[in-house]
Ligand binder design. Structure first.
Ligand code: LHQ
Length: 260
């Protein structure tokens, strides 16, 4: 078990699950420079301490994340803010060598919505919502929204969401295939922790290779993708978890995967 002390987030790792909770509830967990630094530190721990086999991201209070804190922004240097904070954040989350679950506990707006959508399994509370708020303040969608949304919901819906900036309910997001599931508000924390613990007990290398393959598929031809599957299957077959999975199957017992 690992715990660390932060101000704008809380972070601990237990039973293979690294839990990162955005924790500025009064401001709907909007991102400040200090919060970005803490998230970077926490994600560095996830990548290096060898304790985590699944990352769970959520928010404290009635919101998940309202995007950039508009009161904590150098309005003349937005490209620096993206370069330093948001672009690496999205790259780290999508490239992380383990599944990332996002428990969207309330409104997810701007870069907060797009952080959620960059995660591998997005579970929303029934009262949660998604808002591409950028156009309301004269900005374009960032944090990979223009990449992620058309892939998740297609161009017509991506255009509608971003040009209008309306709130999309969790239920509608589910119907559109934008997220994995919706659960009742009071069940979200327990449900997503159980999901994350389950994922943390699975063959981590194979799961990490699988998410890479699926994300990579958008840029590949069929031939390239088949070649990548061949190479990644070869890598997966060299893990202890592959040996364990086959041995457990043949012995008709549950597997005990270690992530090795
Ligand atoms: C906030 C915020 C907020 C500060 C609520 N900031 N205080 C990054 C940087 C570089 C380049 C540019 O792009 C980006 C990425 C971005 O994310 S840009 C988009 C930034 N986000 C927004 O524009 C969303 C702004 N927020 C809203 O539209 C609403 O608050 C939503 C729809 C999220 C929720 O509405 P309500 O449920 O009605 O809550 P509220 O508006 O009453 O907010 C509660 C409090 O949180 C309130 O503070 P107060 O002191 O009055 O209680 C808000 O001012 C504060 N808050 N979002 N982004």
């Amino acid at each position: 078990m690992g715990t660390s002390s932060f101000d704008s987030i809380s972070f601990d790792t237990q039973d293979g699950v690294a839990r990162l909770t955005l924790n500025r509830p009064d401001k709907l967990n909007s991102f400040t420079e200090a919060m970005h630094q803490e998230i970077r530190d926490a994600l560095m721990q996830v990548q290096t301490d060898g304790l985590a086999r699944c990352l769970l991201i959520t928010g404290n209070g009635r919101g998940f994340c309202a995007g950039q804190d508009l009161a904590d922004l150098d309005m003349t240097a937005l490209s620096d803010v993206l370069e330093k904070n948001y672009n690496p954040l999205i790259q780290t989350v999508t490239g992380l060598d383990m599944p990332v679950v996002c428990a969207v506990n309330g409104v997810a707006a701007g870069a907060g919505a797009n952080l959620a959508l960059a995660c591998d399994l997005v579970v929303a509370a029934r009262s949660a919502s998604f808002v591409q708020a950028f156009s309301k303040i004269g900005l374009i969608p960032d944090a990979a929204g223009t990449w992620t949304l058309p892939r998740l919901v297609g161009l017509p819906r991506a255009l509608g969401l971003t040009l209008l900036g309306n709130r999309l309910t969790a239920e509608q997001a589910l119907q559109w295939g934008m997220i994995w599931e919706v659960v009742e508000d009071d069940a979200l924390a327990e449900h997503t922790l159980a999901l994350a613990k389950h994922l943390a007990s699975q063959p981590t290398v194979a799961l990490a290779l699988t998410k890479k393959l699926l994300r990579q598929s958008y840029d590949n031809t069929l031939e390239q993708q088949l070649n990548l599957e061949r190479d990644f299957q070869s890598a997966a077959s060299q893990t202890k978890d592959f040996q364990e999975g086959v041995a457990a199957f043949l012995a008709k017992r549950p597997p005990n995967f270690t992530g090795q």
